[in-house]
Write a protein of this length. Sequence first.
Length: 201
Amino acid sequence: MEHEVSAITEEGTITIQPNMDIAEDKENDHVEEPELQSKINGSSQKRKHSSSFNLNNTSGSRKKLSDVLSPSYSQIMIDWQKGREAHDEARLEWDKQKWNEERSAQIMQTEQQRLMKEMEIAFEWEKNAECRKLEQSKIQSQLNFDMAKEAKKLDFEKEKWQKEVEMREKQQNMDLTIAALNSSHPIADLEHILNFINKKS
């Protein structure tokens, strides 16, 4: 019993029946039976149509990637996109928090520097105030010493002057007494001298 023989080629599936005459002459290789040609053409057109269906729809426009991918792969892509967006948001929030921390640290450092500068100025002012107070105390002490010295000098000069006055008065009285005693009218002169001494006293 004779059977059909089938062969798969790039152009499709070729079926050869037992009663089909196959010419051995190479010049007649291109001549094909109408039925065989019809089978080859139909299989080829079917294959071309199925291969082009993956990318084109019936209207000729290109399909989206999600239309030709499996549902599970599409979900993976969607989840990946959501994860990427969540990562970007987390990164943005982290950058914002880091910037706030750096800004707070900078403000704190500036405030500490300002406080240290104020403390340094206050310390210098207090130090200068103590120096000025000590200097003023020295000046006051020196002034008091000079005033006491000057007062003592004045007292000494006054006492010296008073002693000189007393000595001159005593000398003058003695001179008057001697002159009266040597006078031709000693009693009259003596009374005059006594009156002068009484007036002085």
